[in-house]
Write a protein that binds this ligand. Structure first.
Ligand code: THU
Length: 126
């Protein structure tokens, strides 16, 4: 699958976002080592701190289905700048695949790509 195809799955997933508070819809498409793709969207809550980001939704879906090794994640949000994963999502994904690729899009469809270890060097571990 191409990066663009993975990103279009993320864009589709963003349509399911539950974001009545921020009105900012995010979608993620997480590709596993065996090629399986899990999608996620942000799920907000009136208790704002209970909100779950799109990336963590996708990761929890994958882990709960027995998938722990990832190659890429595409993140789509209609932001002016590139929609980058928040710090919690970086740490969350790094738990499983610190060397995975992270594709971050913006509203016009352009995207940038990083290694997760570039975005979060020296992850917490013990
Ligand atoms: N959000 C994500 O889904 N992923 C991120 O990495 C950053 C932020 C969501 C959370 C919240 O619903 C909205 O974007 C605004 O912060």
């Amino acid at each position: 699958m191409t990066d663009r195809e993975l990103m279009s799955i993320a864009k589709e997933a963003s349509k399911n976002a539950y974001a009545p508070y921020s009105k900012f819809q995010v979608g993620a498409a997480l590709e596993c080592e065996d090629g399986t793709v899990f999608t996620g969207c942000n799920v907000e809550n009136a208790a704002l701190g209970s909100t779950i980001c799109a990336e963590r939704t996708a990761c929890c879906k994958a882990v709960s289905e027995g998938h722990r090794k990832y190659t890429r994640i595409a993140i789509y949000g209609e932001s002016k700048g590139y929609c980058m994963p928040c710090g919690s999502c970086r740490q969350f994904l790094a738990e499983f695949s610190p060397e995975m690729e992270v594709l971050c899009s913006r509203a016009d469809g352009r995207y940038v790509s990083y290694k997760l270890s570039e975005l979060l060097p020296h992850t917490f571990d013990y």
